[in-house]
Design a protein around this ligand. Structure first.
Ligand SMILES: Cc1cc2nc3c(=O)[nH]c(=O)nc-3n(C[C@H](O)[C@H](O)[C@H](O)COP(=O)(O)OP(=O)(O)OC[C@H]3O[C@@H](n4cnc5c(N)ncnc54)[C@H](O)[C@@H]3O)c2cc1C
Length: 444
């Protein structure tokens, strides 16, 4: 019987999974439509970074990449809020020593592919999968260099081919396959704050910078070359929207009004604005993640989410980690492996999709609200006093591997309790030891 694993997509999740499976002695073949990122041509282009946190790190550690990771990550200990007047407020993400990491997507992807290559994973770059026959697990791949089509039969076929997965497309044509996609009203555009004239970071590097402005926001994450990649999240249409920013004057006036301190740090704002694309933000739900045995979706192919919790890649890496553990458990019983993977993972994928949508409102609006910030301080104090009983939602999602569905459920309970608490106490200072004990008792 064909034991070979074929992975569609050598992006973040596909390449990590290839390492984990190779470590278990599997022969893995990767098909990726883009060029090999280890080549010179691929290292050009804009730097795009992602926030990597506990779940992703845990999976990377399983692949033996903890040390390499430390070389490429910039710790971010909290949010740095920028008011319209340019005042800065720092909000730590957790307790001392808890931080998230800014990593370059390109550098991380290259690292994963280099590591996979040392474990005898075979790569086929510039090979685009055009179609999949599910019944016989066959993929139809076009070699971009020769334009020749090739058929490959997989023992196990894994769709790690992102939000617009070809494997999922094939599944969508089968009976009783659930599928939905939802675009939010906002799009995003990436911009760059370069290193300062003295070659240093132009802002505090160990923070995720946010300019929350209600209906829209700008964020910035540090890069290793001392620049920052900024992302503007803005509605496509409406009073303040991409459609209203048609000329250089429009863009400058918009930034001058909402982000004046950022404007002074982005020298090529209008060039970047009109050169860089405006991209969409989609949530995708589907189920099942496998059809007719021996194939499975994971990462964005199974559950694309909006980026506001910084969890898409982390969830995709956690998929790989869990899949790998289940492979150890089930061995050659692939049906049992896939069944348990999708059954246990689907509720968590749905939960993080919901949390990510909710967090957009928190990031762009609530983080600038005094009552909300006071509530966060009370929750932080509860966590300090009762670290095992009251873990704030952000901490559960970002710094633990508590299943996302459980975090969402506990977060809802905490929300209900804190709404009552905030009616009674508006400030942390007003609470006594007994009050803290009473609050925790309500959660338990
Ligand atoms: C603006 C933005 C910011 C984000 N920020 C964060 C963050 O801070 N933290 C975080 O955890 N997540 C973040 N994410 C989410 C994260 O980027 C994704 O969740 C992650 O990339 C998913 O990995 P993946 O391997 O499943 O898919 P992808 O990274 O999309 O990889 C899919 C791969 O498949 C290849 N492919 C596609 N179709 C084919 C085909 N037909 N044949 C062959 N190859 C194919 C693609 O070329 C690609 O290499 C962000 C996303 C966006 C849009």
């Amino acid at each position: 019987m064909n034991q070979d694993v074929v992975i569609l997509g050598a992006g973040l999740s596909g390449s990590l999974l290839s390492i984990l499976l190779a470590q278990q002695g599997k022969q893995v073949h990767m098909y990726e439509k883009r060029p090999d990122p280890r080549g010179a041509a691929a290292s050009q282009g804009r730097s795009i970074n992602l926030a990597l946190s506990h779940r992703g790190i845990q999976a990377l550690e399983q692949a033996g990449l903890a040390d390499s990771l430390r070389q490429i990550a910039i710790p971010m200990h909290g949010r740095m809020m920028h008011s319209v007047e340019g005042a800065l407020t720092f909000q730590p993400y957790g307790t001392a020593g808890q931080y998230i990491n800014s990593v370059s997507r390109g550098v991380l992807n290259r690292l994963l592919i280099e590591q996979a290559a040392t474990r005898q994973v075979s790569f086929h770059f510039e090979h685009t999968c055009e179609d999949v026959h599910l019944v016989d697990n066959t993929i139809f791949v076009r070699d971009e260099a020769t334009q020749k089509m090739q058929e490959v039969i997989a023992g196990l076929l894994i769709g790690a081919d992102g939000a617009f997965s070809v494997l999922r497309n094939a599944m969508q044509k089968t009976p009783r396959f659930d599928y939905s996609q939802h675009y939010i009203a906002h799009g995003y555009k990436e911009l760059t704050i370069p290193a300062s004239a003295t070659g240093d970071f132009a802002m505090e590097p160990h923070a995720l910078h946010i300019w929350p402005r209600g209906g829209h926001m700008l964020i910035a994450l540090p890069n290793q070359d001392k620049s920052f990649t900024c992302t503007l999240f803005l509605a496509y249409e409406g009073n303040e929207s991409f459609e209203k920013l048609q000329t250089e004057e429009d863009v400058l006036a918009f930034f001058n009004r909402y982000f004046p301190d950022a404007l002074s740090l982005i020298p090529h704002l209008t060039d970047d604005f009109f050169t860089n694309p405006t991209s969409d933000l989609v949530t995708i739900h589907c189920y099942p993640w496998s059809r007719y045995h021996h194939n499975v979706l994971l990462g964005d192919a199974a559950h694309a989410i909006v980026p506001f919790y910084g969890q898409g890649m982390n969830a995709a890496f956690e998929d790989c980690h869990i899949f790998n553990k289940l492979l150890t458990k089930h061995g050659t019983d692939t049906d049992a492996l896939i069944a348990e993977f999708q059954r246990t993972r689907k509720p968590d994928a749905d939960a993080i999709a919901e949390l990510a949508l909710q967090n957009f409102v928190e990031m762009r609006d609530k983080v600038a609200d005094d009552a909300f910030l006071e509530r966060k301080k009370i929750e932080a104090e509860l966590y300090r006093r009762y670290p095992n009983q009251w873990i704030p939602l952000y901490t559960m999602v970002t710094f633990t591997d508590i299943p996302y569905a459980e975090a969402l459920e506990t977060g809802r309970k905490q929300d209900r309790i804190m709404e009552e608490v905030m009616k009674e106490f508006t400030h942390l200072i007003a609470l006594t030891d007994q009050d803290f004990e009473n609050i925790v008792a309500r959660l338990l």
